[in-house]
Design a protein around this ligand. Structure first.
Ligand SMILES: NC(=O)C1=CN([C@@H]2O[C@H](COP(=O)(O)OP(=O)(O)OC[C@H]3O[C@@H](n4cnc5c(N)ncnc54)[C@H](O)[C@@H]3O)[C@@H](O)[C@H]2O)C=CC1
Ligand SMILES: O=C(O)[C@H]1O[C@H](OP(=O)(O)OP(=O)(O)OC[C@H]2O[C@@H](n3ccc(=O)[nH]c3=O)[C@H](O)[C@@H]2O)[C@H](O)[C@@H](O)[C@@H]1O
Length: 283
């Protein structure tokens, strides 16, 4: 039986692993976290996050092939594939403060993987990270590798809060980047096989590591740019008597532009756009 472990039982790790467990009953999935309250909540009737449909998915799999645990080291030791889905906030101090991504949580997870592993592992970047992070992670993992082979993959997540289950069930695409070596391609195929349980093959895109890492930041920048553009139009509308809803409807009818993500607002918020754009600009 293939064993998956996900480090980080957050907004991304929890729902994504629950969906893998639902769609791959022969895979055992353990979601681990250093936060005891978070894991207790995942094991209770009051899940730590609310997403339509999530309760049902967790109830169907929990205790069968989906487990939530604080025993991080045991599950990493046992896993064939280790996802890392820890938080990557904006740095608050040091070089790049206020702009660069803080990779401390990621690096400490990588050090722990290197410490406890006794067998070959595929390590998957699920967190949003700057391009070239895999190179730094590879150095940490292989520094004292005791003959263990690690393959690093980039598999960024595109779900949005509020529609996570729908986004996971029916993604526009799944992106998997890896090394273009025989071992790298084998690892990409192993992860592709997991998603192929429910995602049509033509929506699973495989690329090199750096394209996958950069595509995530690029997608968020393009989406944020649309909102900024429509917000700029909104200011013009107020000054001229045009109605921004009518303008964005008319603009979005052009099939080259499309209607989505053209709602004017006070400016984009959400958990990631701001930090990911700062991070992209910093690179
Ligand atoms: N929230 C969202 O909608 C999306 C987030 N992302 C990205 O996914 C990543 C994770 O985001 P979220 O799930 O929202 O974060 P989150 O803050 O909800 O969860 C991260 C979890 O990782 C745990 N953690 C941190 N260091 C750890 C360690 N060394 N060992 C074990 N557990 C550890 C924390 O305790 C926390 O529970 C970020 O890079 C984010 O940018 C990507 C797409 C969507
Ligand atoms: O990388 C991430 O973290 C995620 O960031 C966003 O997801 P999220 O921030 O959860 O929520 P969205 O629904 O995309 O909204 C982001 C912000 O944009 C604003 N928005 C969105 C759409 C729109 O037309 N107008 C608009 O002002 C929203 O009000 C909100 O403040 C992206 O939509 C996800 O694809 C991506 O995975």
């Amino acid at each position: 039986m293939v064993k998956i472990c996900c480090i980080g039982a957050g907004y991304v790790g929890g729902p994504t692993m629950a969906m893998i467990a639902l769609k791959c009953p022969k895979i055992e999935v353990a979601v681990v976290d250093i936060s005891v309250p978070r894991i207790n909540a995942w094991n209770s009737d009051q899940l730590p996050i609310y997403e339509p449909g999530l309760d049902e998915v967790v109830k169907q799999c929990r205790g069968k092939n989906l487990f939530f645990s604080t025993d991080v080291e045991k599950h990493v030791f046992e896993a064939d594939i280790v996802f890392v889905s820890v938080n990557t906030p904006t740095k608050t101090r040091g070089l790049g403060a206020g702009k660069a991504a803080d990779l401390t949580y990621w690096e400490s997870a990588a050090r722990m993987i290197a410490d406890v592993s006794k067998s070959d592992k595929i390590v998957v970047e699920k967190s949003t990270v700057p391009v070239k992070t895999a190179e730094a992670i590879e150095k940490i993992l292989t520094h004292n590798s005791k003959g263990i082979n690690y393959q690093i993959l980039s598999n960024p997540e595109f779900l949005a809060e509020g529609t996570a289950i729908q986004d996971l069930l029916n993604p526009d695409r799944v992106l998997i980047g890896g090394r273009e070596t025989p071992e790298g391609l084998k690892a990409v195929q192993a992860l592709k096989d997991v998603y192929a349980h429910w995602v049509p093959e033509d929506r699973i895109l495989t690329t090199n590591l750096w394209s996958a890492e950069l595509s995530k930041l690029a997608a968020n920048a393009f989406l944020a740019q649309r909102i900024s553009s429509v917000n700029a139009m909104s200011a013009l509308c107020e000054a001229t008597g045009a109605d921004v809803t009518q303008v964005s409807y008319a603009v979005g009818k052009d099939t080259r532009i499309g209607p989505k993500f053209l709602n004017a607002s006070v400016g984009f918020g959400g958990s990631c756009f701001q930090k990911d754009i700062l991070n992209l600009v910093y690179i």
